[in-house]
Design a protein around this ligand. Structure first.
Ligand code: DGL
Length: 272
């Protein structure tokens, strides 16, 4: 797929069901400080991790069309494992922009793990997806993968970004299956396969023995986006970032201080 020449600051759409994609947004911002980023949260349909595959594809299609009509962009980043593992082929067929998706970082985890006991923490939908099972079969055939799906953890990441403190007592029951597993004590690598979870990286890491590697896809995604824009020369300009939501909600106000941390000072609602 070839990009049309971009002469101004490139605009990159970073899309998720909620605030999770901000973990990807931060990595892209680091790598491409000249780019303007449109952060889109489908808060009207959040969470995605409990939804069926067909309804998710239909929803993502509708949301992306509406948001891109309001905010034209040069690249689409589906900053959501739950959406990417089911909707990427559809999105690639229905949009002209290059599409970058986020999928569980099983391959780097298998390459780095010494014990070959790997944890996979994702939404219930991602854990159950054939796409995820194929990744494990292909890239971690000899590893034992302990999978835990949690929507509560997604909610806790949302709460944290609205200013709440997340405590060990909230995380323990969610992470307990790793400790209950007969080989849980051999796990040396944990894949954060939901973009919400890197927002709770320190809190999650604190529940495990020191030395556990936590892996996510953020940096790899930013590298991929940068490579797509590599061939172009950009004018030095100060980028302008936006947050776009699919429904008005008081939660948007509560998020403003955190959005400001990401240098997002403009918010819009595009109802879908
Ligand atoms: N952040 C999303 C992911 O990476 C999904 C969270 C949700 O809406 O359930 O999977």
């Amino acid at each position: 797929m070839s990009l049309s020449p971009i002469t101004q600051t490139p605009r990159i759409l970073v899309f998720d069901s909620g605030v999770g994609g901000l973990s990807i947004f931060a990595e892209i911002q680091k790598k491409l400080p000249f780019a303007s980023l449109i952060y889109a949260s489908d808060n009207a349909f959040f969470p995605y991790g409990t939804k069926g595959e067909a309804e998710l594809i239909t929803r993502v299609d509708a949301v992306l069309h509406k948001i891109i009509a309001a905010f034209p962009v040069d690249v689409i980043v589906v900053a959501c494992n739950t959406a990417s593992t089911v909707a990427l082929p559809h999105i690639r067929n229905h949009f002209t922009q290059p599409v970058v998706g986020v999928v569980p970082a099983i391959k780097p985890a298998a390459a780095q793990s010494k014990s070959q006991v790997i944890g996979l923490l994702a939404t219930p939908a991602t854990v159950a997806r054939p796409y995820t099972h194929n990744l494990i079969r292909e890239y971690a055939p000899d590893a034992e993968v302990i999978s835990v799906g949690s929507s509560e953890l997604v909610q806790l990441a949302e709460c944290k970004l609205r200013g709440e403190t997340i405590i060990a007592e909230q995380l323990n029951p969610i992470l307990q299956p790793f400790f209950d597993h007969p080989n849980g004590n051999k796990m040396d690598t944990l894949v954060l396969a939901c973009t919400h979870f890197p927002l709770l990286r320190d809190e999650i890491a604190a529940q495990f023995a020191a030395g556990l590697q936590l892996i996510d896809s953020g940096e790899a995604i930013a590298r991929r986006v940068a490579s797509l824009l590599d061939a172009y020369r950009f004018k030095e300009q100060s980028p302008k970032h936006w947050a776009v939501f699919t429904k008005a909600s008081p939660a948007i106000n509560a998020l403003q201080p955190q959005l400001a941390q990401f240098d997002i000072h403009n918010t819009s609602v595009v109802a879908v």
